[in-house]
Structure formats: C-alpha cells, structure tokens
Design a protein around this ligand. Structure first.
Ligand code: FEO
Length: 427
C-alpha cells in the first residue's frame, strides 16, 4: 500500500501530486451525519494544502473538534507565515470549524469565499473584532501562487447556497467541496486503494445533491470542459483514478431516473391513497375517473398498502401533479402517507401541483395536514381537498369526480376557476 495508515495517524500531510497535500482528518466512528445521513464507517473532513513558488494555499479546513489533526498536518509541510491564501469552498461547520484559528495563526493569509458566502461567514463564525477580511470570488476569478493558479467556479447549492469549486489549473486538480464526495472513511484515502465505496457515493448523492439536480447540471456544464487529473472532494476518497467516471456518473444521476416524460404532450397525475374500510379507496377511484376525462392527463392510481416508498420517490420526481388520499385516524393522516411525504425532502417539488382527499369518522384533520405538508414542500395546492364523512354517497362520489376533473383541468391550464364543494363543510 503506497500510503500506509500509520502515516495518517502520525499527523503528517500526504502529498498526492507535486506540492499538493491532504491535510484533513478522519472520523471513523461517526455513524450519523447531519442527523439524517447514516454512515457505516464514518467520514473524513478533507482539507488541502498547495505549495506554489510564491506561497502556500489552504483549501477548506475541518470540523472544529478535529482541528488538532489538521494543524499538525499543515505544520508538517508549511509554516503559518507561508500561508498566503485560504479558500473556503463551503462554510458548513464540518469544513469551516478550524477557520477562525487558522486565520489567527496565518497572519499573511487572505481569505477567499464565494459571493454568496458572506452572510454565512458572519452568521457562522461571528468574527466580532477578529481579523476576518475576505475577498469574494466567482467563476473565472483566479489567485496566483506564482507557478500555480487557483481558479474559482461558481457552483451554488451543492449543497448550500455558498458552495464553490476551486481548480488548480497547472495540475488539473478540482477541489470540489461536497460535490463528488461521500461519507466513507478509509485511511487509504484514494479511490484506487480504498474499499468499495460505490454505495456510499450514490447514497450521498441521493441525500445531499438530488434535491439540487438542476444546480448539479449547471455545475457539470462548468466542470466537464476542464482537464481533470484528480477530483479532491471534502469527504471520502480522493478521486485520482479515472475521475471523469464520477463526473459522468453525476450526469447520469442528475438526469431523469425514469425514461424521460411519459409522453411529450401528456401531463402525469399520480394518485396515492391508503384506505382502512375502502372509503378513501372509492374516493380515489372517483377522483381518477374525473381526472381521466381531461385530455392530455395520464392518471396513475396507487394503493400505498401495496408499494414500497423508494420506487415511488422516482415516480413522484417525474410527475407533474400528486394527490394523496388518507383516512383520518387519531386526528392524523396514516403512517404510510407520512412515510412517503417525509421521503420527498430529497426531491425538488417546487411548483408541482398537489392536493389531498380522504374519508373520516368525526374530525377529518388528515386532508388539511397533507395539504400543509405539500405547501411546505413548495408545491402548489390549487383546490381545497375533498373530505367525506365515513362512507361516500353517490352525491359525494360525484363531488370527488368533479374534484378530479377540476384538478386535471388546472394541471393542463384549462380550469376556469370552478369551486369544488367540500362535503365536510356542509356537514
Ligand atoms: Fe460537508 Fe455541506 O458540508
């Protein structure tokens, strides 16, 4: 093994390209990151040091509790007086934790952050009275280290608004921040040496990058033309073996997971429901029948009792509109509905059409709660959902049919603004 783990434990930097060093920290015992992300073998906080003929640059730091490792590695290859440039690609605390102390120790350094990072710098680090002058940079801006040049790429929302990438031009190394990273801790550091981390890579993408697919595609448009010898992310293995594979994989992951739209001239409406006594199911069927009357709408009906959440998430991402049906039990929507709704945080649903319906016994809160959740996901809820007390009558099923038709008309831009009567309001 070219880079023995012992070297990592001894506080030494690891040089992986001429003058380019890993000075990060390993966190092998971490099992949950940012509350929601699981990791079976920890993570790493990757930070880098680049030595040029006219000074040293540090790209990113580490979580505060790992500062000792970071500074020991930095000191093994450079003195603080040599540090002229500090780049923070992303200010989340796992990368900015050691920044205040680094600024104190490196009096000659200038800090470079993205234009969107300013408010976060102030909010996160509260630099009251400290030396915290900085320069904001965007795509095309460069900083010279003499024989080395750092070029900045504006890549926001990957995964915070402040994120950027930094490209070492002469050596083709992309310091990518969270992009192309993963929570996978392995002291062997490099993608051609570590264990099989494909699952971690895709899992990380699915939870961190997927909600920002559009931003990923915009970032890829800037990254793909670069000559790429290595990608050095802030978490997980350094991608020195065929780095373009990972870029191509990101493009694949960010493209539609299903085979494009169902049809160029059709809009997709998916109706999910759960039903305990068949009442909400009958409402779902009536709503589907109503929606199907509208040309240009493809309606799909799914009973959540018979499905797993994961494939539905892909389907929802591609759909134009969603309706959820749930009975009200103990003043709430039922768990399978919440399970699916809570898994939608990994998607960008902004502007999709949403609605809800359901049968209830005496209070009927589920429909409004689902509508609120949809609004929270920035979906548009154009119609007040239909609620039916217990068993739907023929008249109430007719209202469901009208609701489905009106919803489909809204989806195709043909709705004149007709009101759908909520039977619960008449009770
Ligand atoms: Fe690794 Fe978004 O911080």
């Amino acid at each position: 093994m070219a880079e023995p783990p012992a070297a990592l434990n001894s506080g030494h930097a690891i040089e992986f390209a001429p003058g380019v060093h890993w000075i990060g920290a390993l966190d092998p015992t971490l099992r949950t990151f940012d509350i929601i992300l699981k990791t079976a073998n920890g993570t790493s906080y990757n930070a880098y040091l680049i030595r040029g003929s006219e000074g040293v640059a540090i790209v990113d730091t580490v979580k505060a509790s790992f500062s000792e490792d970071f500074f020991a590695r930095l000191e093994s290859v450079a003195s603080y007086d040599e540090v002229k440039v500090i780049v923070l690609n992303h200010l989340e605390p796992d990368h900015s934790g050691a920044l205040p102390e680094l600024m104190r120790r490196a009096p000659n350094a200038k800090l470079y952050i993205s234009t969107r990072a300013t408010s976060m710098l102030k909010a996160l680090l509260k630099p009251d009275g400290e030396r915290f002058d900085y320069t904001t940079v965007g795509t095309g801006d460069t900083v010279s280290l003499g024989d080395r040049t750092l070029r900045f790429l504006h890549t926001p929302f990957l995964h915070w608004p402040d994120t950027q990438c930094t490209y070492l031009e002469e050596q083709g190394v992309l310091f990518s921040g969270d992009v192309f990273g993963c929570h996978y801790c392995d002291a062997r550091l490099f993608n051609d040496k570590v264990g099989d981390f494909r699952f971690s890579f895709d899992y990380y993408y699915a939870h961190i990058m997927r909600p920002f697919k559009q931003w990923v595609l915009e970032a890829l448009a800037i990254i793909e033309p670069l000559k790429l010898n290595m990608i050095a992310p802030t978490h997980g293995p350094i991608l020195r073996d065929r780095p373009r594979r990972y870029v191509a994989h990101y493009r694949e992951l960010s493209s539609s997971s299903l085979a494009g739209r169902i049809s160029d001239d059709e809009r997709s409406l998916i109706i999910f429901y759960m039903s305990s006594y068949g009442n909400t199911a009958r409402m779902a069927e009536a709503i589907a029948t109503g929606a199907e009357q509208v040309e240009g709408v493809r309606v799909s009906l799914y009973d959540l009792e018979g499905g797993e959440v994961e494939p539905f998430v892909d389907l929802i991402e591609e759909a134009d509109a969603l309706l959820f049906g749930s009975p009200t039990i103990n003043g709430d929507a039922v768990k399978p509905v919440w399970d699916l709704l809570s898994s939608l945080a990994v998607l960008n649903l902004v502007g999709k059409l949403g609605g809800a319906f359901g049968s209830y016994g005496w209070s009927g809160e589920a429909v409004r709660m689902i509508e609120d959740r949809m609004r929270g996901l920035k979906m548009r809820v154009p119609l007040k959902g239909v609620r039916v007390k217990l068993i739907p009558s023929d008249e109430e099923l007719a209202v469901c049919d009208t609701f489905g038709r009106e919803f489909a008309l809204e989806l195709t831009g043909q709705r004149a603004g007709g009101k759908v009567v909520d039977m619960a309001d008449l009770a």
